[in-house]
Design a protein around this ligand. Structure first.
Ligand code: ZN
Length: 193
């Protein structure tokens, strides 16, 4: 059952839950969209989660922002990325991109449940960072002017941090069973969330 992430906006008009295999908040994005919309420290952190598990309370308070992005030639295009935020308190909540419909990317800043501490971090889109946003780079961190080499899933899998299953409720985070043994045990019953 992965890890359940519980999140909300600041005014609590919107609450959401979503299941994640990739909950480590390791990827700091310094692009101007993240910085302006969700990055008071100069960057925002996106997590990866399973789109069809997203459950939302207070959906009527949601708004979507699609950024205009200019290329090197000055041509402007509207980003496919749908940045969901609360129209009452302006809290950034998650990004959904219909080109990758299986995924949703909650902002770590919107999550209320405990997140695991990443062993290292990736600093991305450093080519777009604000001059004052000096990245604090750990000894094993990776830095990229644009996109990193690994997807969020690859980063977790190559570090053995990809979470296949979870047992119990969200407070038992960290107590993982072997994927196959859980699979067998649960093969005859459906998860109810
Ligand atoms: Zn709100």
């Amino acid at each position: 059952m992965t890890m359940t992430l519980s999140g909300s906006c600041r005014c609590s008009a919107i609450r959401f839950q979503v299941e994640s295999h990739t909950p480590y908040p390791y990827q700091l994005c310094y692009c101007s969209i993240c910085r302006k919309t969700a990055g008071g420290g100069g960057f925002a952190i996106n997590l990866g989660a399973v789109a069809n598990t997203l459950a939302v309370e207070g959906r009527e308070a949601l708004s979507i922002y699609r950024a205009e992005i200019a290329d090197d030639q000055g041509h402007c295009a509207t980003s496919e990325g749908q940045r969901h935020f609360c129209r009452h308190c302006a809290a950034a909540l998650w990004l959904f991109d219909p080109r990758w419909p299986d995924l949703v990317h909650p902002f770590a800043s919107a999550i209320d449940s405990e997140l695991p501490i990443p062993p290292t971090r990736v600093h991305m889109m450093l080519g777009s960072r604000a001059g004052w946003a000096e990245p604090v780079i750990g000894p094993h961190d990776q830095c990229f002017d644009e996109y990193p080499e690994q997807s969020i899933e690859e980063w977790h899998r190559t570090r053995d941090l990809w979470i296949p299953r979870r047992i119990g409720n969200s407070r038992t985070f960290g107590r993982l069973l072997d994927y196959r043994s859980v699979d067998r045990r649960n093969s005859n019953r459906k998860h109810t969330g």
